[in-house]
Design a binder for this molecule. Structure first.
Ligand SMILES: Nc1ncnc2c1ncn2[C@@H]1O[C@H](COP(=O)(O)OP(=O)(O)OP(=O)(O)O)[C@@H](O)[C@H]1O
Ligand SMILES: [Mg+2]
Length: 294
């Protein structure tokens, strides 16, 4: 198996260099967090699944403490690109990321970076709420216990549930199984679980698509609250949601490649959300956001 080089991820198993946490790597190799303007900077990122090029040549910046939305038709690579931001694609056999994914200026796919630690700093919330078959308390305490985080566990659980706007609804039934919660509560529990390990970034892949409008509103309010502390990237098919919550929007589409005629996800444009929805530069974006295509 070839060795990984800068920005060319093949495997993490055969790297001789001992891995360190991404935060330690930041301290060692990178500028201090506050000195970087963007949380992520992507330069010509490609993602393959085997021979299939799923996402081609994506270059974009994701700034701190903002909500960035990825929108576009099904299959354009939104989830694939989102997973490249916390090395979740490493877990998919055949998936390969190339190009540069810089996290606070540090190559996140560099040989020293421990992908497991990356996923604690850059948390993820999925389309379908996926609480563990444990109590509400144990779901939130899971990460701090695994990471042996210092501090009072009860306090950590309470503050995470409070920040996820769930505390008042569950404080009297913390020992109950999480599966007894409503879907919207389960999704907020998953957000509480993600923030319990004090991440820097929260990635959300269609976090509201299984929720009713009331729960969706709660999760959207929560995102707006959380962006004060975290950088958030959200994939959504809901145009109103992107318009309501995001500061920046990236529109992707599926393009037929010239030589092979295979279909690949490309970034059409990224801009402030209000420009994408009211004054997009590209006709494909205009057609999509007005519902003419997609
Ligand atoms: N695990 C995988 N193995 C192989 N191919 C995959 C895998 N996941 C996604 N793909 C392919 O990569 C391309 C992009 O898929 P992706 O799921 O990222 O799209 P998406 O924009 O998130 O779509 P949707 O809006 O339907 O969720 C598609 O052609 C898809 O079939
Ligand atoms: Mg998807």
């Amino acid at each position: 198996m070839p060795k990984a080089t800068t920005g060319d991820v093949v495997s993490t198993e055969d790297q001789a260099v001992p891995t360190v946490g991404v935060t330690a790597a930041l301290n060692e190799d990178g500028p201090a967090r506050e000195q970087t303007v963007n949380t992520f900077e992507l330069h010509k990122v490609n993602v393959h699944y085997g021979d299939m090029l799923a996402v081609k040549d994506v270059s974009l910046d994701i700034p701190h403490n903002q909500i960035t939305a990825f929108i576009g038709p099904s299959g354009c690579g939104k989830s694939t690109l989102l997973r490249s931001l916390n090395r979740m694609n490493d877990l998919i056999p055949g998936a390969r990321v190339s190009g540069d994914v810089l996290y606070h200026g540090v190559n996140m796919y560099g040989p020293k970076i421990d992908p497991v630690q990356v996923r604690t700093v850059i948390g993820m919330v999925f389309q379908k709420p996926n609480p563990f078959p444990k109590s509400i308390y144990d779901n939130v305490a899971f990460g701090p216990r695994i990471l042996k985080m210092k501090g009072n566990l009860d306090d950590m659980v309470e503050s995470s549930l409070r920040r996820a706007a769930l505390w008042d609804e569950v404080k009297d039934r913390l020992k109950d199984n999480a599966f007894g919660m409503s879907g919207g509560q389960q999704q907020r529990l998953c957000i509480a679980r993600a923030i319990a390990v004090q991440p820097d970034v929260i990635l959300m892949d269609e976090p509201c698509s299984a929720l009713d409008p009331v729960s969706t509103g709660k999760v959207e309010d929560l995102m707006l609250e959380l962006k004060k502390e975290y950088t958030i990237v959200i994939v959504t098919h809901n145009m109103q949601q992107a318009a309501r919550v995001s500061d920046l929007t990236a529109f992707f589409t599926v393009a037929a490649m010239d030589q092979t005629n295979s279909r690949t996800g490309v970034l059409v444009e990224m801009d402030e959300t209000r420009n994408i929805f009211s004054n997009p530069k590209d006709e494909r974006t205009a057609n999509y956001v007005t519902g003419k295509f997609g």
